[in-house]
Every structure is written in C-alpha cells, then in structure tokens.
Design a protein around this ligand. Structure first.
Ligand SMILES: Cc1cc2nc3c(=O)[nH]c(=O)nc-3n(C[C@H](O)[C@H](O)[C@H](O)COP(=O)(O)OP(=O)(O)OC[C@H]3O[C@@H](n4cnc5c(N)ncnc54)[C@H](O)[C@@H]3O)c2cc1C
Length: 453
C-alpha cells in the first residue's frame, strides 16, 4: 500500500495517540504551554469513554460518570474551564440486594438496619474472627482482602459477587487493585462507632457529592476540545502501525495508508494494541506478555422512559447474579438536561468479554433482559419504555488479575527504552484510574518535557 508523507513538518512536533480523556489532557496542557502537537483519534469524535451521546431529546454518558473532587487544583481548573456549567450534585448511591436498597459505600448503621439484628450479629462475629485470623496486609488477592476487611457474609453479599460480575473472574484471581476506593469506610472502628451510637456519630465515607457538567460528562470533553482548538485533533485517524528505529518512534501509520512522521509520541492506546502495532515487531517475550493482558467490555443498554422519575439514586449497584447488569443509573438525577420534561431514562451496564471470551452479539436480547429485570423489581413497566439504544464500550476495564503488575512492569520497562515515547492513560498503563488521574498524567507528561532518559 502506498504511503503519503506529510511535508513541511516543523521540528519538535508531539503526536498524541488517542483522543480520550488522557490524550485530550495531554493536548490541553500542550496547548497551554504553546507546544506544537496533534491528537490522532480513531473515532469520528474525541472523548473516548467520557463522551455523552444524544438520542433525540435524551442524553446518555457511556457508563455512569462523575467528576471526583480529588485534587483541588484540578477541580479549580475544570471550574474555570466550564464556569457555571459544572455544578456540585448531592446524591447518594445504593446497592440493591435481596429487594432492599442499602447505602453505598457501605455504612455500618444503614447496613445493620437493613440486614437485621441477627444478620448483623452473624456479620459481626465473622468480621471479628476474620480479623483475628490474620493480617489484612498479607492478603494477596481481592477475596482474601475483602473477607479480612468485612468478614465473609458481608464481603460475599456486597463485594465478591459484584466484583466477579464486573471483572469476569473469581475474586481469588483478582488483584487488590480492583477495590479502587470502594472499600473505604467500614473499618472495625467505624463499625463499632456507628453501631454503639445508633448512627449519631456517622462516619464520613458516603461520598454523595460530586461535580457533574450540565447535559452530561461529555461537557468536560467539550471544554477540553474547545480549549485545544480546531485543527489539532484529527478524528477518523486510526493508528495502524508504529514505526521505530534505533530506540525512537519515527512515524505512525494511519488507517493503513498514510504515514505521519513524528518527533515525540505520547500514546494513550491500550497497551497490548500498541505493542502489536510496533514495526519492527517487539521481542517475542514482550509480545506474549502483552497478549496475555485483556480488558472487560460493557454493553450499555439505554432506555428512554415515559415517566418523570424512577429512582432517587446516583447509581444503584446490583451484586446479585440474577441481574445481568452490575449497575443502573438514572441520568436525570445528575442533570435535568439529560431527558426532556416529564420523561426520564435508565442506563444499565452489562459487563462482558475479556480473557478470550467474546461479548454476545444479541442486542435485542440484552435490552429484553434489562427490561424484564427492572419490571420484575417494579421499577418500570414494559409499556413505559418509549425508546432504546445499545452501545458497546470496549476496553472499559483493564482486567487486574493477580500478577498483572509484574507483566505490565516488564512491558513498560521495555517501552522506556524508546527515548521519544511516553505512555499515559487508563488502558495504556493498564491501571484502574479515573478522569482526574488522566488530567494529572497529561499535565505531568507535558511539564516533564521529554527530558532525556
Ligand atoms: C463505566 C465507566 C464508568 C466510569 N466512571 C468514571 C467516573 O465516574 N469518574 C471518573 O473520573 N472516571 C470514570 N471512569 C474512568 C474514565 O472513563 C477513564 O479513566 C477515562 O475515560 C480513560 O481515558 P483514556 O483516554 O485513558 O481512555 P479512552 O477513553 O479509552 O480513550 C482512548 C482513545 O483512544 C482511541 N483509540 C483507540 N485505538 C486507537 C487507534 N488505533 N488509533 C487512534 N485512536 C485510538 C479511542 O477511540 C479513544 O478515544 C469510568 C469508566 C467506565 C468504563
């Protein structure tokens, strides 16, 4: 196939591979620093998993998103970028378990109220015996860690079932890194404190407040792309090959037919994909390590509902295996602009694929299973559904199996030998990270300025 070369390229150009949150973060800080750069994005629009889709008068994020206020400087930057379009939303999340809604993250007092005194006593005894049985820091997989932290009954009912559904592996094979921040709160101390004060002393772990842009999380993406400006983000530009020579990436091939030379590269592409596109091919042991990493996908079922409201939750988590989805959110509870007046919508996330397994193709079946489940628990009637749409999100979660960190470390070490290449992003670094992490990584890679290694 004939390749077209770009002429007149100024020296020092940065090529950013992937226009999701991480690529746009790098672009945002590169634009702030007055650098010369291009973002190459495979899809017809930038934003990756942080986009918001319009379906007529309804709007849906690609999975329930929220902007976590974890870094005050970044939060201020995003507030400056979006102004009043980034309000704080106060809404809690729940777990739907055995017909009840229980606060999430788990709150001891609320939990005791919902599982009853006998259930609480049983859970308490298991928790104490788990604590006496060993040290949490010795736990080498998520199951051991969760059982140590909560005792088996609580861990099984609320965390292990949920995590198995989400990650597609038994929890004994999952790394501790899958917990993210979900396990904060229910320490033995907070448990006793809340229990003995009947909830008057309430622990401060119900993170029910977060920032959310009016009209969808994609508002942040619009803010970033607006700042970066036209002409610097090339959409419909899928990287198909990464050409390198003597420890430098020299060019990337786009859509299998065009070659773009480069001085410096920031990749946000999924790590195994990047490795598989390297030309010349990387050493076989690196290729086989990369090929052993995999990602979980999501089938997103978006239902438009002819009712004003269904839930009062930010997100409802469904750990029980009888439900095909792991969580359901009602976009209107985040922003009134997500659905037209008098109507609402629901977004169900069905995890699938990974570790060699493919996601089912049957979209109508996915919709049916969601509608049937929600009708069974009395949330909606089939006749309420006035519209539906199904989207697939690939590379939604890097599957954090025990031992993944060693593999990833070896691959990243190999890639560090390329002097003009840097990796950032959730799927590129194979880490369970969030939007604010993407922004910080983008800032660091630009500020670090590709100093010689
Ligand atoms: C269901 C769900 C809910 C989430 N909720 C939150 C939340 O509430 N708060 C939060 O902070 N974070 C949340 N996250 C995490 C957040 O979405 C990610 O951290 C973030 O989107 C990662 O950005 P990224 O750029 O690394 O990856 P991506 O968003 O995947 O971007 C990668 C980009 O590269 C492009 N690309 C892929 N291959 C090629 C190629 N060959 N050539 C060119 N381009 C290519 C893709 O099209 C994509 O645009 C959630 C994630 C999921 C899945």
């Amino acid at each position: 196939m004939k390749h077209r070369k770009h002429a007149g390229r100024p020296p020092g150009r940065i090529t950013i591979l992937g226009g999701g949150a991480a690529g746009l973060a790098a672009g945002y800080y590169a634009a702030s620093a007055g650098l010369d750069f291009t973002v190459l994005e495979a899809e017809e629009s930038a934003g990756g998993m942080c986009r918001t889709r319009s379906c007529g008068d309804f709007r849906f994020d690609l999975g329930a998103h929220r902007f976590h206020d974890q870094d005050s400087r970044l939060t201020q930057e995003m507030k400056d970028l979006l102004g009043e379009r980034l309000p704080v939303i106060e809404i809690g999340s729940q777990i739907y378990s055995e017909g009840r809604l229980i606060d999430f993250p788990l709150s001891p007092f609320n939990l005791i109220r919902n599982i009853g005194p006998l259930g609480a006593m049983n859970a308490g005894l298991h928790l104490i015996s788990a604590r006496l049985g060993g040290r949490g820091r010795d736990a080498d997989n998520f199951e051991r860690f969760a059982v140590h932290k909560y005792g088996r009954p609580i861990a099984k009912r609320f965390l292990l079932n949920y995590s198995e559904k989400l990650w597609g592996l038994p929890c004994g094979r999952l790394s501790l890194d899958v917990s993210g921040k979900r396990l904060k709160g229910l320490s033995l101390t907070t448990f006793l404190l809340e229990a003995f004060t009947s909830g008057r002393i309430k622990t401060r772990h119900l993170d029910g407040a977060f920032y959310y842009p009016e009209g969808g999380f994609g508002g942040i993406i619009d803010g970033l792309t607006g700042f970066i400006g036209p002409g610097r983000i090339r959409t419909d530009s899928r990287v198909t090959r990464v050409l390198h020579r003597e420890g430098r990436v020299t060019a990337v091939e786009l859509n299998g037919r065009e070659t773009v030379e480069t001085d410096r590269v920031i990749s946000t592409l999924p790590l195994p994909l990047f490795i598989s596109m390297m030309d010349p091919a990387c050493p076989p042991q690196i290729a086989s390590l990369a090929a052993s990493l995999s990602y979980r996908s999501l089938i997103l079922v978006m239902l438009m509902i002819d009712r004003e409201s269904v839930t009062r939750s930010g997100t409802v988590y469904f750990p029980d295996p009888e439900f095909p989805f792991n969580r359901v959110s009602e976009p209107r509870n985040r922003s009134g602009r997500m659905s037209p007046a008098g109507k609402t919508s629901l977004l169900a996330e069905i995890p699938c694929g990974g570790k060699g397994a493919a996601c089912p193709d049957d979209e109508a079946g996915a919709v049916r299973s969601v509608v049937d489940s929600l009708a069974r628990i009395g949330w909606i009637r089939e006749a309420d559904v006035i519209g539906k749409r199904v989207e697939r999100l690939e590379h939604a979660y890097p599957i954090l199996e025990t031992g993944h960190a060693v593999k990833v470390g070896r691959i990243l070490k190999y890639l560090e030998s390329f002097r003009n290449l840097r990796l950032i992003g959730r799927n590129s670094l194979f880490k369970y990270t969030h939007f604010h992490n993407m922004m910080r990584q983008g800032q660091a890679v630009i500020e670090e300025g590709f100093k010689a290694r």
